[in-house]
Design a protein around this ligand. Structure first.
Ligand SMILES: NC(=O)c1ccc[n+]([C@@H]2O[C@H](COP(=O)([O-])OP(=O)(O)OC[C@H]3O[C@@H](n4cnc5c(N)ncnc54)[C@H](OP(=O)(O)O)[C@@H]3O)[C@@H](O)[C@H]2O)c1
Length: 215
């Protein structure tokens, strides 16, 4: 399959029928998760990442800021606690619109474009004009509840995991997902193969995929 083709959502039904139109029908977007996960399924410890892997983090940033079509943007969905350590140092991100999930915040921190009270609100906003017109991919970048909710959505076609091949002390864990439904790709365009090593820690980049039905 051509590189660009494989980056597109793998839709298997009538995309043209459900593209947004004057009647207000929705314009579905691929929903993708990205996480670095330790052997014991950990993702966080005391509000931060349990490891220091600058190249892995760079790979993550490149992924969520990449667009196939010039001029398009990605919607990045953050849980409130995931954003906290990065709010002042990482934003703004190129090609990204930031949506923060919170049931308590009433105003958006700097460089956060939207505060959404639920995942469904964020997805609805992303798949409805005017935002949908300029949007390519919805990236859900954690934490636990945003991941768990997003992976159950029928538009979720990819889970990108960095498999950190060690146990770490963690207090936050990636939710279980069905690996018979999301299948590990043997290789994936643009994803480095083989085992990487940084600061003595081994890891590998993985993509789990499923065919998506937009219904
Ligand atoms: N390894 C990785 O790739 C990775 C990725 C992401 C995060 N992490 C780590 O995971 C930890 C943070 O994750 P977490 O699960 O504890 O917290 P989180 O999901 O980032 O934040 C939790 C807060 O987000 C809001 N929220 C979450 N889901 C929501 C929903 N469906 N609707 C509305 N609001 C929602 C709520 O905010 P309010 O309380 O304001 O309502 C909730 O208290 C940190 O240690 C972080 O470093 C690791």
């Amino acid at each position: 399959m051509h590189f660009i083709e494989q980056l597109k959502p793998r839709v298997s039904c009538h995309l043209s029928f459900i593209m947004c139109d004057a009647e207000g029908r929705v314009d579905p977007k691929p929903i993708r998760l990205v996480a670095a996960v330790s052997r014991n399924m950990g993702i966080g410890q005391k509000g931060d990442l349990p490891w220091n892997l600058p190249n892995e983090f760079k790979y993550f940033i490149e992924k969520i800021t990449s667009v196939v079509e010039p001029g398009k943007k990605n919607l990045i969905i953050w849980g409130r606690k995931t954003l906290e350590p990065f709010a002042e140092t990482l934003l703004p991100l190129p090609n990204c619109i930031n949506a923060l999930l919170s049931r308590t915040l009433s105003s958006a921190p700097e460089y956060v474009h939207y505060v959404c009270p639920s995942m469904m609100d964020a997805i609805k906003m992303a798949s409805t004009p005017p935002l949908s017109e300029n949007l390519e991919t919805i990236w859900v970048i954690g934490g636990v509840e945003p991941y768990a909710e997003a992976m159950k959505h029928s538009w979720c076609d990819q889970i990108h995991i960095t498999d950190i091949m060690e146990d770490f002390d963690c207090d936050t864990f990636f939710p279980e997902f069905d690996r018979d439904v999301f299948k590990l790709a043997k290789e994936f365009p643009g994803i480095p193969t083989g085992i990487q090593e940084e600061n003595g820690i081994k890891y590998a980049f993985q993509v789990y995929q499923r065919d998506v039905l937009f219904t």
